[in-house]
Design a protein around this ligand. Structure first.
Ligand code: SF4
Ligand code: SF4
Length: 207
């Protein structure tokens, strides 16, 4: 168990709803859910969910901390917003799902090897380095995430798309040699560090 997770469990013992309200983006809305099931019925992922948003909100209120935070469910949300536009209580369901995923990740409880989480991390690490996404490096990092042989197989399988992107000028081989960066990279990194500091404080994860 991570130190941050231990501290959070200790602080919010038997009150997971309060923890979500205080530390998860838009978490204060969870108590407004009236369990009508409209979001579960509207979600295009349907049977692919381990738990629908409706069930996740019920589990939060029931104090099922470990089951919620280690669930794969929040990582499956595609941000289609069907649930938000239909929820009779106007809960920002999409944002809560992403907020729960992020909080679980920060506490070290998110499921290991979850593909959305892995790609989100690759994307973030790539973006934050130069302040711009280096698409070529991101693609290669994604293909070779499982090792050399699987990377070669994946790259060969996708070579048609790669050639098309090169032809259209959407992939530049020169980007492998470092890639272009924001002009004020130092300033950008300072903004990111400040944003992280504010977010950590809000989530009680600082120090
Ligand atoms: S649609 Fe809204 S009120 Fe109904 S179960 Fe989903 S979150 Fe709760
Ligand atoms: S935004 Fe996410 S949770 Fe809501 S309906 Fe779409 S996929 Fe499902």
């Amino acid at each position: 168990m991570s130190e941050q997770n231990r501290q959070a469990s200790e602080r919010y013992r038997n009150n997971f709803l309060k923890e979500v309200e205080e530390r998860v983006e838009e978490g204060e809305w969870v108590k407004m859910c009236m369990q009508c099931g409209v979001c579960a019925g509207s979600c295009p992922l349907g049977p692919a969910w381990e738990h629908s948003p409706q069930k996740i909100f019920m589990m939060i209120r029931a104090g099922e901390r470990e089951r919620v935070l280690s669930s794969d469910a929040m990582w499956m949300c595609t941000s289609c917003y069907s649930c938000i536009v239909r929820c009779p209580r106007k809960l920002p369901i999409t944002h809560i799902m992403h907020g729960l995923a992020n909080y679980a990740h920060r506490l070290g409880l998110a499921p290991k090897g979850q593909p959305t989480r892995d790609f989100a991390k690759l994307f973030w690490d790539n973006l934050v380095k130069k302040g711009r996404v280096n698409e070529l490096k991101l693609t290669l990092a994604h293909y070779f995430r499982g090792g050399l042989m699987s990377g070669i197989r994946e790259a060969l399988a996708m070579q048609g798309i790669g050639k098309g992107l090169l032809k259209a000028g959407r992939l530049n081989p020169k980007e492998l040699l470092g890639g272009h960066a924001l002009k004020d990279l130092k300033g950008f990194h300072a903004i990111v560090a400040k944003a992280r500091e504010i977010e950590d404080r809000k989530k009680g994860l600082s120090g």
